[in-house]
Design a protein around this ligand. Structure first.
Ligand code: NAD
Ligand code: DAU
Length: 351
């Protein structure tokens, strides 16, 4: 039986990936190593955390001793690193944390793999280290075109600078030590269990309560949206068949302006939850510093080499996402209690 280390498996994409993998693959054991930061939630694994096919270990990828102990205990076949500080807006207030986790934590994991996977002058056969990166490492586009895997890295936030740095470390460990590494760079995900600091669940939460919906600047920034299970399928394909040392872009070909997204979410809330919710809730607030105007990646490589294609239309994915939030009010309530209020006030009041 293969054993995979999944880091950050209590967050949005990690928990969806674990669910996706356990549902599809019977002969896989997953060890989920997660620090349970504000974004990590064991509720996300409710019903699948059985201690056999899925084992949970609370720990921090910045902690060298804990990471070595984990590699010592389990002979991992693969590592998939989802763990990160993932929110761009939070990176402005605490860039150091983003550097420590998103760069230092990744180097710790790479070092452990390098040490524990070594055999003779190389590495044991079949090992694979997959770094989950982001399209934001490429920066911003004009009206036309999209980024390929060969586009230069041009990050504009402490978050994306950390992710780009980690990508360069992963590349360096492949180039200098031959560590069997791969990198994926995905566009904006949406789906169940996304923390409500991110655009879609934040708008849903505010619109349900008829609170103002903040749009940064003119709201004409463009993101390429991908339903989370399509991202999970892409990760599975790269892990199984991707070329070592390779980078794979993953995108949804669903480019939307933020205003389009916000109107669609408010429309759903107006129809299904609170008939008073309408576009009058949209409130333009100060823009995000260094805000990428348009992000889009070309996924031709993963499509032609690995046969992956997105399966979920934007409309179907959005309906499934918002239905999930509608049907899980306790989850949303828990996520927006505690420190969320202080975060929200600091980020949005007087903006
Ligand atoms: P998230 O914030 O929802 O989850 C992050 C998880 O990592 C949480 O469970 C948290 O507890 C854990 N974590 C944070 N710091 C840790 C540490 N030091 N040690 C161990 N665990 C730690 O993030 P997400 O949206 O699920 O993103 C997952 C990964 O995918 C990130 O690497 C992110 O950069 C990347 N990514 C995200 C998107 C997106 O649209 N959300 C798109 C492309 C790539
Ligand atoms: O592209 C991949 C990236 O997508 C990932 O690497 C990040 O981890 C993930 O958080 C996401 O980053 P974004 O910054 O694009 O996501 P966010 O949901 O924060 O914002 C989406 C867009 O909406 C962005 O242009 C900023 C805007 N926005 C966001 C919020 C939270 C608003 O206008 N108002 C808001 O309140």
């Amino acid at each position: 039986m293969k054993t995979i280390l999944v880091t950050g498996g209590c967050g949005f994409i990690g928990s969806n990936f674990i669910r996706y993998t356990l549902a599809a693959e019977s002969g896989m054991r997953i060890v989920n190593f997660d620090a349970l930061t504000y974004a990590g939630n064991l509720e996300n694994l409710k019903g699948v955390l059985d201690g056999q096919r899925l084992i949970f270990v609370r720990g921090d990828i910045r902690d060298k001793t804990a990471v070595s102990g984990l590699f010592n205990k389990y002979d991992f076949d693969c590592v998939i690193n989802f763990a990160a500080e993932s929110h761009v807006d939070r990176s402005f207030a605490d860039p150091e944390l983003f550097c420590q986790t998103n760069v230092g934590g990744v180097v710790n994991l790479l070092n452990a793999a390098k040490e524990f996977w070594r055999e003779g002058k190389g590495f044991k056969a079949g090992k694979r280290f997959l770094q989950i990166s982001t399209d934001e490492v490429y920066g911003s586009l004009g009206k036309e075109g999209s980024f390929s895997e060969n586009s230069p890295l041009d990050p504009h936030s402490p978050y994306s600078a950390g992710k780009a740095s980690a990508d360069l470390f992963v590349k360096a460990y492949f180039d200098t030590y031959g560590l069997p590494c791969l990198i994926t760079r995905c566009s904006n995900n949406f789906g169940p269990r996304q923390f409500p600091e991110k655009l879609i669940p934040l708008v849903f939460n505010n619109a349900c309560a008829l609170r103002p919906v903040p749009i940064y600047g003119d709201g004409l920034q463009v993101r390429d949206w991908l339903y989370v299970s399509d991202h999970c399928a892409a990760i599975e394909a790269v892990l199984a068949k991707g070329g070592l040392g390779q980078v794979y872009n993953i995108g949804g070909h669903n480019e939307k302006t933020n205003l389009e997204i916000v109107r669609a979410v408010i429309g759903y809330v107006g129809q299904n939850i609170n008939p008073k919710a309408g576009d009058n809730l949209i409130t333009h607030v100060a823009d995000r510093p260094g805000h990428d105007r348009r992000c889009a990646v070309d996924s031709a490589k993963i499509q032609s080499e690995l046969g992956w294609r997105p399966q979920t239309t934007f409309e179907k994915g959005l309906a499934a996402t918002l239905d999930w939030y509608k049907n899980n009010p306790e989850w949303l309530k828990n996520a927006t209690s505690g420190k969320y209020k202080a975060y929200y006030e600091k980020m949005y009041l007087n903006r």
